[in-house]
Design a protein around this ligand. Structure first.
Ligand code: PMV
Length: 392
């Protein structure tokens, strides 16, 4: 009798859960459960100072992330090439404190000088990760950071900077808890980096990283990036990216403002669907080594991102006349030579030129002779697909 009651109660409880929790609430509950795995149940504080250092690269999205919900949860899955030349180098000295401070106590030096401009972003970051890294308040941190690419080159440094910072924090966690696995180290580093800047979670590893749940990406998550483990044709693991520096000015619209403009945007629902479809298409193209399909999807994604910004309210035109000149020149060159070089764009005027390694000599010559003229001070940066963050 008792047993029946228990069973009945169990089914009643299930019914209750189903009735009172719509799917989105159950999903939110599940998400919170997976976030829990990154909260240390206990931790020990080091008695001696420790210094750590990581170099982490920037990444360039092929399928773009534009639109999010709190906290840094993407509205659609994105996929990027991890780069190798555009990097941030960060070192942190952790000095144990006799008693914990009320918030993380840190000093910040950027390119050798004490920096106040980036402080608010780092304070925000430490607040967001407080529950996951409660041990940080037990140290005094001296953070020293520098970029391999020129400051205010128009290259977004938040992905490389936040991922380098996250790797440094994880190295401290590993000193405190040597038994953590390599998988946990990287997953939590990506999780923390995401809380600093969404796309930063795709910079921990390489060569291709997906972020956001998608049926075609095994083990994909909204919480951290995963290396694309499906077969990727070797042509795409040695791809080149030349960043054409069209405009070195300050960003006209911050990422936060831009993402928020996707809330209530007339075309946003359609855009999120399109991105999910483009992702499925791109994954197939990457497996097959279909460079023609790659060109089609990557350029469509770049222009769709800008179309969203041009049609938001307020609207933004982030391309400059020379961005368009380059786009036209790329399409003409491709038609004329048959070389599958294509462009992609971030939320700015600079152009990333993507091309196979085997065409590098010819494409580089063309860049020098023709495209450099469209760049500010004729500046560009040759980069290539890389493998992620490296310990210094
Ligand atoms: O990581 P955020 O919040 O700076 O957003 C980056 C958005 C894009 O660079 C435009 C696209 C992307 O997926 O990287």
């Amino acid at each position: 009798m008792l047993r029946v009651n228990v069973i009945n109660n169990f089914f009643n409880a299930l019914l209750f859960i189903k009735i009172t929790f719509p799917r989105s609430r159950i999903f939110a509950l599940y998400k919170r459960m997976s976030e829990q795995q990154f909260i240390p149940s206990d931790f020990s504080i080091l008695t001696q100072p420790v210094s750590v250092g990581w170099q982490s690269p920037s990444n360039i999205a092929l399928v773009k992330y534009w639109g999010k919900t709190d906290v840094q949860i993407p509205k659609n899955a994105s996929l990027s090439f991890t780069l190798s030349a555009c990097t941030t180098q960060t070192t942190i000295d952790f000095l144990p404190l006799s008693k914990p401070s009320s918030s993380v106590d840190f000093e910040l030096f950027f390119e050798g000088k004490k920096n106040a401009d980036f402080r608010p972003k780092i304070i925000d970051f430490f607040k967001r990760i407080a529950a996951y890294c409660p041990y940080l308040r037990h140290y005094q941190l001296t953070i020293r950071s520098s970029n391999s690419f020129p400051h205010s080159s128009g290259i977004a440094s938040s992905a490389s900077a936040m991922s380098a910072l996250a790797m440094c924090i994880m190295e401290l966690e590993q000193h405190q808890q040597p038994e953590i696995t390599d998988l946990f180290f990287k997953q939590k580093a990506s999780f923390l980096a995401r809380l600093g800047s969404g796309s930063a979670c795709r910079s921990i590893e390489g060569p291709l990283v997906g972020w956001g749940t998608h049926p075609r990406i095994p083990n994909s998550s909204d919480l951290y990036g995963v290396v694309l483990s499906d077969s990727v044709h070797p042509i795409f693991t040695s791809y080149r990216d030349t960043v054409l520096l069209v405009d070195r000015g300050q960003k006209e619209v911050s990422s936060t403002v831009g993402h928020n403009l996707m809330n209530g945007h007339s075309f946003s629902d359609q855009r999120f669907l399109q991105a999910q479809e483009n992702m499925a298409g791109l994954i197939e193209v990457l497996a097959k080594g279909d460079v023609g399909g790659f060109v089609r999807i990557v350029e469509l994604e770049a222009l769709s991102l800008h179309a969203m910004m041009m049609t938001s309210d307020p609207s933004f035109v982030l391309m400059k006349p020379n961005t368009l000149q380059i786009i036209q020149a790329v399409r003409a060159y491709r038609k004329e030579t048959g070389i599958p070089v294509c462009f992609t764009l971030d939320a700015g005027a600079n152009v990333h030129l993507l091309y196979p390694d085997e065409s590098a000599e010819k494409v580089m010559e063309w860049i020098e002779n023709e495209l450099a003229l469209y760049c500010q001070n004729q500046q560009y940066i040759h980069d290539r697909v890389g493998s992620g963050a490296k310990k210094m």
